[in-house]
Design a protein around this ligand. Structure first.
Ligand code: SAM
Ligand code: SF4
Length: 462
């Protein structure tokens, strides 16, 4: 750490949950650096700890509560330490967190993170310790990355949040309750953020939202414009124009199938740097379960989308999310999920046991599926997915793939890369290059979760 940092207050942020929380943590870190804090790499010594929390499933929430219990004991060694709870659990529980855990200094909600520094100051001066207001009409502040501070250099790959909240109210999901109504950021702010990143060496950008397909539908994203006139395909095109300045790859997540338009599907054929990969969560293979989930599409409609995607982009790698054991899911419903898995043959999936969440409609649905049935279904689904992922990965053997180099987790050696389809490729030996360089590899072996490759043109960075 820079020696100038020795007398600065320090912060440590622990992030739970999704990529949107990761991005919110980066924003909070930047705000704290701008206010004179330095980052601490140990929990015990930090002057301020922020837990940026997730409440999507009960397990995620329980982890936060047990960590708060641990931090309470730690206060005996470091009594001046401040603890802040941010994110979805903070939004959902508010004052209840302080009631259960009085050692918490501040509870800050999902729309309030930009006020973190004054809110902390206020809370430590005897002011309110809970700031969790959630507005329906809310302008996401313009916020640009600032690399002039002693923050780590930007990595070669970054996420940009393009919208907040969700209006879909899937019956199982807590997000509309914890992140509020859907609000899109101004397109100019997003493109400016992307430009700053690319000018600082970022080679790959992923645009993030709960349902990126509805970007610009609930509010205008152009100064003085009207809502709906500028949508997600246009944003993709405008960000992709940064290829001129060095952006090599563009991805996005997540897409609700109900809003996946032909125009957006066409982007996979038209935008060169848009990677041939799409996460398209289906959640269940049975129309009656989808109806109870309030997903607003049918399996026939979903399979139609899959066909269209393959026509526009035959090499596209599809992944999905599945919930097993939704209330009332019968054996026959679950078999339809298994059939769907064999029909689409996803490259990968995230699968979860249904977890009832407070305030959601499904939490009151009858016919809960017993825990052991949920577990058995999850195991069966995941085993079949692993087999299919292996078969899918084997299809790449003998092919030549452009891979973007990235460091191994836990060390800086460049002995792996990622294909455009988002598959990890382990290389036989470390490569002399920089993260973000693109090389061509021949795929020589496939496992369930990754590929192995041999660099064809060592030294020829594309
Ligand atoms: N907006 C995305 C969409 O519509 O597909 C999903 C975002 S959510 C943060 C990520 C995933 O968590 C969902 O796709 C769903 O599979 C899972 N999930 C959400 N609520 C859940 C619950 N109550 N129980 C189990 N899994 C849940
Ligand atoms: Fe949750 Fe549905 Fe919104 Fe996704 S689209 S965040 S699953 S409510």
């Amino acid at each position: 750490m820079n020696t100038n940092n020795q007398h600065k207050p320090t912060f440590f942020i622990k992030t739970f949950g999704c990529q949107m929380n990761e991005r919110d943590s980066e924003i909070m870190a930047q705000l704290l650096r701008e206010a004179g804090y330095a980052e601490s790499f140990t929990v015990n010594e930090a002057s301020l700890i922020i837990l940026n929390t997730c409440s999507i499933r009960a397990k995620a929430e329980q982890k936060v509560m047990s960590l708060l219990g641990y931090l309470r004991k730690n206060l005996k060694k470091n009594p001046n330490q401040k603890i802040c709870v941010a994110g979805c659990v903070a939004q959902q529980e508010g004052i209840e967190i302080i009631k259960k855990m009085p050692h918490v200094t501040l509870v800050i909600g999902t729309q309030n993170i930009y006020q973190l520094v004054p809110a902390l100051h206020y809370a430590t001066q005897g002011g309110s310790r809970v700031l969790t207001s959630l507005q329906d009409k809310y302008d996401i502040p313009r916020f640009l990355p600032n690399f002039s501070l002693d923050s780590p250099a930007p990595p070669f790959r970054k996420f940009i949040t393009i919208m907040q909240g969700c209006n879909n109210f899937c019956s199982y999901c807590v997000v509309p309750h914890t992140r509020g109504r859907e609000v899109s950021r101004l397109a100019a702010d997003i493109v400016d953020e992307a430009r700053v990143l690319v000018e600082n060496g970022v080679k790959e950008i992923t645009l993030l939202g709960q349902n990126v397909n509805s970007y610009g539908k609930t509010n205008s994203v152009v100064e003085g414009g009207v809502r709906g006139e500028y949508g997600f395909p246009r944003l993709l095109t405008d960000v992709a124009a940064l290829a001129e300045k060095g952006l090599r790859r563009l991805r996005f997540t997540t897409s609700n199938p109900k809003d996946l338009t032909d125009e957006l599907i066409a982007c996979f054929g038209e935008i060169d740097i848009l990677c041939p990969q799409l996460h398209l969560p289906v959640q269940a293979g049975s129309d009656s379960v989808l109806k109870k989930m309030n997903r607003k599409y049918s399996i026939a409609g979903y399979l139609d989308l899959v066909d269209k995607l393959h026509k526009v982009c035959p090499s596209i790698a599809l992944t999905t999310d599945i919930i097993v054991g939704f209330p009332g899911e019968s054996d026959a419903d679950f078999e339809q999920t298994m059939t769907l898995l064999d029909t689409v043959r996803y490259h990968g999936s995230f699968s979860f046991k249904y977890s009832p969440r407070p305030g959601t409609k499904a939490a009151k649905f009858p016919d809960a599926v017993p825990e052991e049935v949920k577990s058995a279904r999850l195991t069966r689904f995941q085993q079949r997915q692993d087999e299919i992922s292996l078969e899918r990965n084997q299809e790449y053997i003998g092919s030549r793939q452009k891979i973007m180099l990235e460091p191994e987790i836990g060390n800086s050696l460049l002995s792996r890369g990622r294909t455009e389809s988002n598959h990890i490729v382990h290389l036989q030996e470390p490569i002399d290059g920089s993260p973000g360089d693109i090389l061509t590899a021949e795929i020589i072996h496939a496992g369930q979760h990754s590929l192995q490759g041999k660099i064809e043109t060592q030294g020829a960075v594309l």
